[in-house]
Design a binder for this molecule. Sequence first.
Ligand SMILES: C[S@@+](CC[C@H](N)C(=O)[O-])C[C@H]1O[C@@H](n2cnc3c(N)ncnc32)[C@H](O)[C@@H]1O
Length: 461
Amino acid sequence: MTGSRTTSGTATATAAVRRTGEARYLIAVLAQALEPVLRFDAPADATLAQFMREHRQLGGRDRQLLGDAVYALLRAWRLALHWLAQGEQPMPREARMRRLALLGLALQAGGAAPVPLPGASALQIVQRARALSTDGGDTDWLDACTAQMSDGLPEACQHNLPDWLADTLAGQWGRDTFWTLIAALRQPAPLDVRVNILRAKRSAVQQQLAAIGLSCQSTPYSPWGLRFDDKPSLQRSAPFQDGLIEVQDEGSQLLALLSDARRNETVVDFCAGAGGKTLALGAMMRNTGRLYAFDNSAHRLAGLQPRLQRSGLLNVHTMALQGERDERLQRLAGKVDRVLVDAPCSGLGTLRRHPDLAWRTGPNDVASLQAAQLAILQQACRLLKPGGQLIYATCSLLDAENSVVRAQFASEQPDLEPLDWQPLLKKHRLEAFAVADNALQLLPHRSNTDGFYACAWRKQA
Ligand SMILES: C[S@@+](CC[C@H](N)C(=O)[O-])C[C@H]1O[C@@H](n2cnc3c(N)ncnc32)[C@H](O)[C@@H]1O
């Protein structure tokens, strides 16, 4: 009896030592991973991927945990800063990074935090940090975090956005809608794919996925979309390798759908990037006509090549633009049926997936994006033939990049008329997302997609 108690006591003690060692290790690695991410000078996903490449010794479980902890911290950045401010100031860099790592792990363990975050839940996060802490120097700081909780959390800790952005969004929609949006932005985005209708029917692909244990449902609006019940890795699956599916948010699919590209047309995807929408347009055109994929980044366009090969599309011509005066642009002037401008933008509509964007974008960036959006629209509209259509889209939440750009551009183009999208919106059951001036706006809390804005014009015949 005594012996067994001693054995089990030793086992518990050993497990505790292992847990302490593991926590110390995880905190140290996470602190290293956070260092470049928190500079906010490059996308967090790319920075994290680089860190993982440089730390090949990390196992799959640790990679997953570290990634989740980085994103949990980014989603609660203002809260983390608020708690950090409860410690001694100035705080030595090492302590700062260790405490941020501790908070990242504590936040990650709690899953998606509700909005508003109740005081009791905030307290639990601090308690989890306390349980994970392996450094006696953190005790006073964690006590101070707990003590200030009785004053309630400042509003900024609830929306977790920079003040300028919170003020702008609340000003656009009013406070009630703002908070509904914030709650939706805090939820993880679903994993959607677009079925390549050139190769297979959606129902057949759904069955094929089910046969390999991947459960998914039809998306509510896109006729090509499947939404997964969880977040499986698809890259090595047969449906992906065989070009039957591409990962694409339902909102992106809907923008391609509204471009309404048809067989045998000449269509330009002016800002194609790695071609998410190009692939959808090509499939809509049933591999006929000519589809040009432009981008001013040859690097981004290169990402389209393997996707094109998988897709079976043969009607796509990629072109890395060499500036506004690119000769190939002049040659296409007046000849194109449809131009999609999926413009470079702040990307703030994708905050669910990229919470770091809020901290990598400022009001000055928005002003220069606006200028770029207008310049691209002007180039793009020169390509239209009489009766041709120009579609403008962003994944931004900001009126400054959406309705303001639409209005300014339209005021300078007397030979463009706004396209009446009502019939198309009705056909695809999207009327609920119509906004002023024949535009469409998708928002995470309304369509459970990323945030998108789109509008269209027709060139007078
Ligand atoms: C929103 S992203 C496009 C995403 C892409 N359409 C998709 O569905 O995956 C905007 C793209 O515009 C490109 N871009 C920026 N300035 C440009 C310009 N002046 N002309 C053409 N493309 C430009 C960027 O390189 C970027 O790939």
